[in-house]
Design a protein around this ligand. Structure first.
Ligand code: GLN
Length: 495
């Protein structure tokens, strides 16, 4: 089985028929990583021996008469995990010097559920430090390159996960999405990326960035695989009080049933001047695909769209400033050296200054300011009011206009050159124009590969995003599957 052809269903068929083994599939992926990851740098750590051993255990069970289904929905499927998701093996660094030596004693619920379902975790992938960024360039351990054009970023913050899927290293990766970090890198690397409704997937073991926005989601080559992975990782978890007390949704059984009377809302902002002309072209073609599928396209206005970025960055930074307060060099995080006569305060200051990179420090300062007495009503509370009206705009589209999904580009442009946004951190924040709304409103949203634009180093994928009403993952995935079948753009690998 060629690594670039592997899918979740493909692995199940191959193992059931005996045409391949979990070990052979794992080794093929590991070989590909060994051949290309020096260039791409998708992984911060690869656990080759552990992966081969676990794959061997799956094969032994199959040899003993068990079927792949009875072992689990992910039996023998190679998976990569973003390195802000804890695993009880190796290190979990969040791509930060602060956590460079951290070994988690437990696995995140999402990672544990994948392994319980038979998945083979091959390693941990690169990210922007603590998930803060849109290009993977804020990793303390070096940027990841886009497999479609290695002079470009893979997007971020889950850039390592997206690049690993796009390079054919793994069919499935897991990312986290606070303001677009699953969807934007998926778009830039030509994969599928799904952010579930808030509370669908447990955040237990996810290193917190902004707790009211963070969700873990799948990154795959196909919509079917995204549905299969979400079925495994979703569902109630006693270890996360914000995870909804209900079973994982059923997503795969009727995935290929088209949605009748489909209504797609298209916000005016989707075609704004700030969107790259080539992205607008591909977006227009995607609208046509939906029209040809019989969908009714409705032009809508997201009245408060311009508030989304300021509200998001105020709330995300405020929550980050409190979440990251625990890294003081004593309870958590790397401890700096101080002199015998230095005051204790010096230990905190040095540990935090040496452990956090510049973007993380910037956000802690912004967030601390937003929460300061005398400013909180002007900044944090205003942002929370904006969050409510943004949610109300989406509610009106789904409840009053009865739209099934809102369609936009995922990002305003294709992958940009590595280093080209250095020195302009707030320009980078605009990458999230189309993605933060779903996080602020708690909605599910999926990015799909919709076309390619030429670049000097090859061609670059462009993504579209479908946002659905809360807990409409099943319908959203069916709409995504309709598009995937009709457009036949997705599913390709770059290397
Ligand atoms: N780019 C956004 C940020 O930097 C989103 C990050 C994310 O979703 N983790 O905050």
């Amino acid at each position: 089985m060629n690594p670039e052809d592997i899918t979740v269903a493909g692995v199940r068929t191959a193992l059931a028929s005996g045409s391949s083994t979990a070990e052979a599939i794992t080794r093929a992926c590991l070989d590909r990583i060994a051949a290309h990851d020096d260039t791409i740098h998708a992984f911060l750590a690869v656990f080759a021996d552990r992966a081969i051993e676990r794959a061997g255990a799956v094969d032994a069970r199959i040899a003993g008469g068990e079927s792949p289904e009875s072992i689990g929905a992910m039996a023998g499927v190679p998976v990569a995990i973003k390195d802000n998701i804890c695993l009880d093996h190796g290190r979990t660094t969040a791509a930060s010097v602060m956590l460079e030596a951290y070994e988690s004693p437990f696995s995140a619920t999402a990672a544990a559920r994948l392994e319980d379902a038979g998945a083979i975790i091959l390693g941990k992938t690169n990210l922007d430090e603590f998930g803060m960024g849109s290009s993977c360039e804020y990793s303390a351990f070096g940027a990841t390159r886009n497999p479609w054009d290695i002079s470009r970023t893979p997007g971020g913050s889950s850039g390592g996960s997206a690049a690993a899927v796009a390079a054919g290293f793994v069919p499935v990766a897991i990312g986290s999405d606070t303001g677009g970090s699953v969807r934007q890198p998926a778009a830039m690397c030509g994969c599928v990326g799904l952010k579930p409704s808030y509370g669908t997937v447990s955040r237990h073991g996810l290193i917190a960035y902004a707790s009211s926005l963070d969700q873990i989601g799948p990154m795959t080559r196909t919509v079917e695989d995204a549905a299969a992975v979400l079925e495994v990782i979703a569902g109630a978890d006693a270890d996360d009080a914000t995870c909804l007390d209900r079973p994982a949704p059923k997503l795969t059984h009727d995935l290929h049933e088209p949605v009748e009377g489909l209504k797609i809302a298209v916000p005016r902002q989707a075609q704004a001047d700030a969107v790259d002309p080539m992205v607008r072209l591909i977006f227009g073609m995607s609208c046509k695909v939906f029209a040809e599928l019989g969908a009714e396209l409705m032009e809508v206005e997201l009245d408060h769209a311009e508030l989304a970025i300021p509200a998001y960055y105020t709330i995300a930074c405020a929550e980050a400033s409190t979440n990251l307060a625990r890294y003081d060099g004593i309870r958590f995080g790397r401890r700096a050296e101080i002199g015998p006569n230095d005051p204790l305060e010096e230990l905190y200051i040095r540990s935090r200054s040496e452990g956090f990179g510049p973007e993380v420090r910037r956000r802690i300062m912004l967030g601390t300011h937003a929460l300061r007495a005398g400013f909180a009503d002007k900044l944090y509370e205003r942002a929370m009011r904006a969050r409510r009206v943004i949610k109300a705009d989406y509610d009106a589209i789904f409840r009053v206009m009865q739209a099934d999904a809102v369609l936009t580009p995922t990002a305003p442009g294709p992958a940009f050159e590595l280093g080209s946004r250095a020195g302009a951190p707030t320009d980078l924040y605009l990458e999230d124009t189309f993605t933060v709304g779903a996080n602020l409103a708690g909605l599910p949203a999926i990015s799909l590969s919709a076309g390619f634009v030429p670049s000097e180093g090859g061609s670059l994928p462009v993504g579209i995003q479908l946002t659905g009403h809360t807990h409409s993952e099943a319908k959203l995935l069916r709409i995504a599957a309709m598009f995937e079948r009709a457009s036949s753009v997705g599913g390709r690998v770059a290397v």
